[in-house]
Design a protein. Structure first.
Length: 93
């Protein structure tokens, strides 16, 4: 257990930051799964609506990843790599 005020405050701040980071990472993972599902559906059915929805989800993902990078949840290179990999998946269809 922490012995001084600054250590107690750091524990409180770390808990707050952990919850914020978890929110960003979770939302990015959820929308990424939705994005990949749309791509999979498009590959099976060639429905243009799925491709359109995937493009919209990609734009949303870019926004979330950039916000997470700005809040230091991800390193900027990690964020760039994630965005690049997602763009490649969309481009492949």
């Amino acid at each position: 257990m922490a012995n001084n005020k600054s250590a107690i405050k750091r524990i409180r701040i770390n808990k707050r930051n952990r919850l914020q980071n978890r929110f960003y990472k979770s939302s990015i993972r959820t929308i990424t799964k939705m994005f990949l599902k749309r791509i999979e559906n498009y590959n099976l059915s060639q429905n243009p609506e799925d491709k359109y929805q995937a493009q919209i989800l990609l734009s949303t993902l870019y926004s979330l990843i950039d916000k997470a990078c700005k809040k230091n949840v991800f390193h900027k290179n990690n964020a760039a790599r994630k965005k690049s990999q997602l763009a490649l998946k969309l481009k492949a269809i």
